[in-house]
Design a protein around this ligand. Structure first.
Ligand code: IMP
Ligand code: MG
Length: 179
């Protein structure tokens, strides 16, 4: 399947594993002696969350949220919560886990929401960052890989809900859109 839909492999599974190990060490050090709740944004963050937490030591818990943005809106704050967190986050250290930061709208909004719900601290870890596409300023504390402005799939990232299972990150062949 990869041969048919992937135009170019940007990141291999081997590179992802190594980077998750490095980021895990960094994050473990940063949160030494503190507790942290990792909040994964469904569904794209699932493979990354699973890989990253293998390398986290210390007092961690995980939870997931599902948010979607309202189509056509330019304003920040207009997101719909399809699945909320299972617990109160008052006073907690939160680490938001995302597959990719594109315009930055999603994370900026969710970060603000976390503080509004009383989180003590909110940081961001993302597997991928497309800095060229940024519209809204959002600080990413931990970035796995910076990638060029291209539509990518694999390791959680989808096109119409497909290709999330690919053990790589690659640029989707345009033929897939035009079929
Ligand atoms: P943002 O709010 O524009 O930063 O949106 C980020 C979200 O857009 C990500 O969580 C993905 O769901 C989606 N997205 C952005 N770029 C890509 C891509 O290249 N492939 C697949 N999904 C993407
Ligand atoms: Mg997403």
């Amino acid at each position: 399947m990869e041969n048919n839909v992937i135009k170019e492999v940007l990141i291999t599974m081997d590179q992802i594993e190594k980077r998750c190990e490095e980021m895990g060490e960094m994050i473990s050090k940063a949160y030494a002696g503190k507790s942290v709740l990792l909040v994964g944004l469904l569904k794209g963050s699932v493979p990354f969350m699973a890989e990253l937490i293998k390398h986290l030591h210390g007092d961690i818990e995980i939870d997931f949220m599902d948010v979607s943005s309202y189509e056509g809106t330019e304003s920040i704050g207009d997101i719909k919560i399809n699945k909320d967190l299972d617990q109160s986050i008052k006073g907690l250290n939160i680490l938001l886990v995302e597959d990719i930061v594109d315009t930055g709208r999603t994370l900026k909004t969710v970060k603000t929401l976390m503080y509004n719900k009383g989180a003590a601290d909110v940081k961001i870890v993302t597997l991928l960052d497309k800095p060229d596409r940024r519209i809204v300023d959002v600080d990413c504390d931990y970035v796995g890989f910076e990638i060029p402005d291209a539509f990518v799939v694999g390791f959680g990232l989808d096109y119409n809900q497909k290709y999330r299972q690919l053990p790589l990150v690659g640029i989707l062949d345009e033929r897939v859109y035009t079929k």
